[in-house]
Design a protein around this ligand. Structure first.
Ligand SMILES: *Cc1c(COP(=O)(O)O)cnc(C)c1O
Length: 228
């Protein structure tokens, strides 16, 4: 697949948006892509953009000050020493992958007077190379997370392991939805999990079937990314 033209990107976005239910937000993933690509998607109506790295996103935000209604989503692993910059520059953080990071984000959010929308990244099946809470860890962390009231802990992000088969992916997405329902039934006052960040280019139809609310798409919209 080749890098997409502006016309192709626009057509892909309009066609996709026409099929998405109103409950689903398209987050266009523009990591490693130039701001020209963001402008093309923006002109096609996209307002939610996902970036993996804080510094790269800040540079793009500086170039895009004429697009102030963009909502920025951090979707990549975040080191605690970049938590402050992340809270300053992103309205959403999908990759809250440890209690330590959540506590640090909560602290800087309090200091900055912000309350970012936050998703807990959860490993629904063991996946050693990936960051995230495993299920037992998450269960144990819930009471503490519930006290982090400077975070709007509103979602789960689930990413299936590399090379998962479709049936496995489907199970992971359905289990994540059930996990969110279970957390909500526990009635933690600060944990109202009504967002599911599930679905990338290779698996978003399965995520839609499972009730995702945030799909994070790069390649499907823009073609292959340049290598870093
Ligand atoms: C890069 C990335 C995406 C987008 O991946 P595509 O396969 O290009 O759609 C989505 N989510 C995360 C966490 C990513 O790092």
């Amino acid at each position: 697949m080749a890098m997409a033209s502006a016309q192709q990107i626009t057509t892909r976005i309009l066609e996709l948006q026409a099929t998405l239910p109103s409950t689903v937000t398209l987050v266009a993933v523009t990591k490693l892509l130039p701001t020209e690509v963001i402008r093309i998607a923006y002109a096609a109506g996209v307002r939610h953009f996902g970036e993996s790295r804080v510094q790269e996103a800040i540079a793009k935000q500086t170039e895009l000050q004429d697009c102030p209604d963009i909502t920025w989503h951090l979707i990549g692993h975040l080191q605690t020493n970049k938590a402050r910059k992340a809270v300053e520059h992103f309205q959403w953080i999908h990759s809250v992958d440890s209690l330590k990071l959540a506590e640090r984000l909560n602290q800087v959010a309090a200091e900055l007077g912000k309350r970012p929308h936050s998703c807990l990244q959860v490993k629904m099946v063991p996946d050693p190379p990936k960051a995230g809470f495993d299920l037992a860890e998450l269960e144990a962390a819930l009471p503490t997370l519930n006290q982090l009231t400077h975070l709007d802990l509103c979602g789960l992000m689930a990413i299936p392991p590399q090379n998962s088969r479709p049936a496995e992916i489907q199970q992971i997405f359905e289990d994540a939805k059930q996990l969110a329902d279970r957390i909500n039934q526990s009635n933690f006052s600060n944990l109202k999990i009504h967002q599911l960040s599930m679905g990338m280019s290779g698996d978003y139809p399965l995520a839609l079937a499972a009730g995702t609310t945030l799909i994070r798409l790069g390649t499907t919209l823009f073609g292959p990314r340049p290598t870093p």
